[in-house]
Write a protein that binds this ligand. Structure first.
Ligand SMILES: NC(=O)c1ccc[n+]([C@@H]2O[C@H](COP(=O)([O-])OP(=O)(O)OC[C@H]3O[C@@H](n4cnc5c(N)ncnc54)[C@H](O)[C@@H]3O)[C@@H](O)[C@H]2O)c1
Length: 370
């Protein structure tokens, strides 16, 4: 297939895209590259990277590349980053998502797979929440996910040939070229390794399901390529029952992997996000099973830290920090730049060419807004 992956340079995207290429698909990534470009050295010949914004990128991309499937893994991807600027969050996570889906529909794309989240269950009612359980999102991030699900399924109800699938992902863990040390398992492993200390927020009794990033990539490919009648208009929880854990127990598991680690409680209010999720539907309907355990993830992140393969201090691996940095940079450009430059004078060389296979290097600085 010819697949457009929005947000394909992110934590999930940069594991998913190589997996799609391995399976013989052609891929067009549309991404702001807020966390860098993991494809700079790509030689597959089957990948095009467009540095673009889902709210504004050129719709001709769909026809130029004969796109027949879209996977949307773009957007502002955690609670604190979404709270930073609620209007911006709406504009990216809801308006941008709607635009992407409308363009796909208009271009005759057959399959659209959306990255929703188990966080739509929010303050879950009981254990083993299924796709038909009530949604009780408790954050702006999760409310935007719930709203996008509704928008997409409404589009599918109107146009049945537009096959929408929503994957409600558990919290993801494991290594990725765009690392995230703000996801529970990754950050606990990093904190235990670097400082021999894990701080548990929100009481620790709250349930969370987890899923390995490579299992997530496989789930997206399954949803993209499964028979239409099995997936069109469907929601699937993505994770595994045995990977539902209470946060304190998770901290103890990480502590056991890294001797000498102390587990302490932060003096915070109880976490309202508390959900224990059932994952039978994706197995029964699509035969999909997650293969990686929590301990696999802890081990691989720990090994990468020990081997120096990932820098725990890189700002880009902390979503909120990177968005704060970009916001500051945008303010500095606005307030201090002369000829769109801060320290140099405009007499130096321009940006180095060929960094990505196709992109428009903007004359204006990268802006969070557009
Ligand atoms: N990681 C998880 O645990 C998890 C769990 C459930 C759902 N999700 C969802 O899956 C998706 C991917 O998550 P992730 O962990 O890879 O996040 P991420 O932040 O690493 O990736 C998001 C990507 O989207 C890009 N992006 C942001 N705004 C954009 C815009 N306006 N236009 C184009 N590109 C833009 C960023 O540059 C980034 O590369 C997100 O929608 C997230 O909400 C993630």
């Amino acid at each position: 297939m010819n697949v457009l992956v929005a947000g394909g340079a992110g934590y999930i995207g940069s594991v998913l895209v190589p997996a799609l290429l391995d399976k013989g698909h052609k891929v067009v990534v549309v991404d702001r590259l807020f966390f860098g470009n993991p494809y700079a050295g790509d030689t597959s010949g089957k990948l095009v990277v467009v540095r673009g914004d889902i709210r504004t990128f050129d719709a001709r991309v769909f026809r130029e590349h004969a796109i027949d499937g879209v996977i949307d893994v773009s957007g502002i991807s955690n609670d604190p980053s979404c709270e930073l600027e609620p209007e911006l969050t709406r504009s990216v996570n809801v308006d941008g998502g709607k635009r992407l889906a409308s363009l796909a529909l208009a271009a005759g794309v057959k399959r659209f797979v959306y990255s929703s989240s188990c966080s739509v269950y929010g303050h879950g009612e009981g254990l083993g929440l299924t796709e038909t359980s009530g949604r009780h999102p408790v954050s702006l991030y999760a409310r935007a996910k719930a709203e996008m699900e509704d928008v997409l399924f409404e589009m599918h109800r109107h146009t049945k040939s537009f096959e929408v699938v929503a994957l409600r992902l558990a919290t993801v863990y494991g290594l990725s070229p765009r690392m995230r040390f703000d996801l529970a398992i990754n950050v606990m492993t990093k904190n235990a390794y670097v400082g021999r200390k894990i701080t548990v927020d929100g009481g620790g009794r709250q349930w969370r399901p987890f899923v390995h990033v490579r299992d997530v990539a496989e789930a997206f490919i399954t949803a993209l390529t499964a028979e239409g009648k099995k997936v069109a208009g469907e929601i699937f929880n993505v994770g595994s029952t045995q990977n539902n854990v209470q946060i304190l127990n998770l901290a103890f598991r990480v502590r056991d992997a890294i001797p000498g680690t102390e587990v302490t409680h932060a003096p915070t209010d109880p976490d309202l996000r508390d959900y224990n999720v059932a994952f039978e539907k994706i197995q029964q309907q699509l035969g999909f099973v997650c293969r990686r355990t929590l301990d696999d993830g802890i081990r691989e992140v720990l090994a990468a830290l020990k081997d120096g393969l990932v820098d725990p201090d890189d700002r880009r691996w902390y979503t909120l920090r990177q968005y704060l940095f970009l916001r500051e940079a945008e303010h500095a450009m606005r307030d201090m730049a002369i000829d769109q430059r801060l320290l140099t004078t405009g007499m130096t060389e321009g940006p180095s060419p060929g960094e990505v296979s196709e992109m428009t290097v903007p004359a204006t600085p990268v802006s969070l807004r557009r």
